[in-house]
Design a protein around this ligand. Structure first.
Ligand code: AP5
Length: 225
């Protein structure tokens, strides 16, 4: 296997999206974010989008059936054939099992799982100050830790920056409960498969990026040996 297929795992606000924007450039990977895909459906007012929004606004997970179909179809598309990076998926053991089955069936596998660890109180602090581009929620900023060049304006496309609907404190706390109950068990799941790489998400953005990049470069080298 020469393609690099990654999973980014960690609590809400850990910095998965921030790192994904950098890693996809380093390794020329397709970045597949379930959150961004769902928000695009919400913005287009599709039936799936309006159903998903009810769960997202409450800080709950969208039902597995909807998400699994969306991702297994996406990773089978031609642009993902040279490697992909899943951000926000899988989030339950059922999703993880479905991903394994889909990859096994096509003779592919996960190369590594990047776990970004951040304590709950830091998550609440980060999400209170997060701002995202109204045109593309993958363009991420923080009012204090990663501000745009012009206040309230996206550096990449000049669009307005807004707070996400699910970044209010009550919803963030519910998202954290859901993470600990339903997603954190995947840490052991992938550790048992010997795929887990742990990173301290409290490090500054660029320092963390350098560490992840160096580790993944050696994963890629091992794959090619
Ligand atoms: P999703 O969009 O995936 O949200 P999440 O996993 O909760 O993650 P976030 O996007 O909130 O955080 P992040 O880790 O990407 O952090 P970021 O880089 O932005 O999902 C939203 C919802 O969709 C879910 O609640 C659920 O309803 C639904 N959903 C999605 N996937 C699903 C699935 N598989 N199954 C079912 N439902 C699903 O950074 C956060 C902030 O911190 C930013 O302001 C950033 O500038 C700042 N920051 C980043 N890194 C650092 C650093 N090192 N130091 C200081 N600040 C930093």
């Amino acid at each position: 296997m020469s393609e690099l297929n990654l999973i980014l795992l960690g609590p809400p606000g850990a910095g998965k999206g921030t790192q994904a924007e950098r890693i996809k450039v380093d390794f020329k990977l397709v970045h597949i974010s379930t959150g961004d895909m769902l928000r695009a459906q919400v913005a287009q007012s599709t039936e799936l989008g309006s159903k998903a929004k009810e769960y997202m606004d409450r800080g709950e997970l969208v039902p597995d059936g909807v998400i699994i179909g969306m991702i297994t179809e996406r990773i089978a598309e031609p642009d993902a054939s040279d490697g992909f990076m899943l951000d926000g998926f899988p989030r339950t053991e059922t999703q993880a099992d479905a991903l394994r089955e889909a990859l096994d069936a096509s003779g592919r596998e996960i190369s590594a799982v990047v776990l970004v660890e951040v304590p709950d109180e830091e998550v609440v602090r980060r999400l209170a100050g997060r701002r995202v581009c109204v045109k593309n929620s993958a363009h991420i900023y923080h009012v204090e830790f990663d501000p745009p060049k012009r206040e309230g304006v996206c550096d990449q496309d000049g669009a307005r920056l807004v707070q996400r609907d699910d970044d209010h404190e009550d919803t963030v706390r519910r998202r954290l409960e859901v993470y600990h109950a339903q997603t954190a068990p995947l840490i052991d799941y992938y550790d048992d498969l010997d795929l887990l790489l742990r990173f301290d998400g409290l490090r500054p953005v660029e320092e963390l990026h350098k560490r992840i990049r160096a580790t993944l470069a050696s994963v890629r080298m091992q794959q090619r040996l």
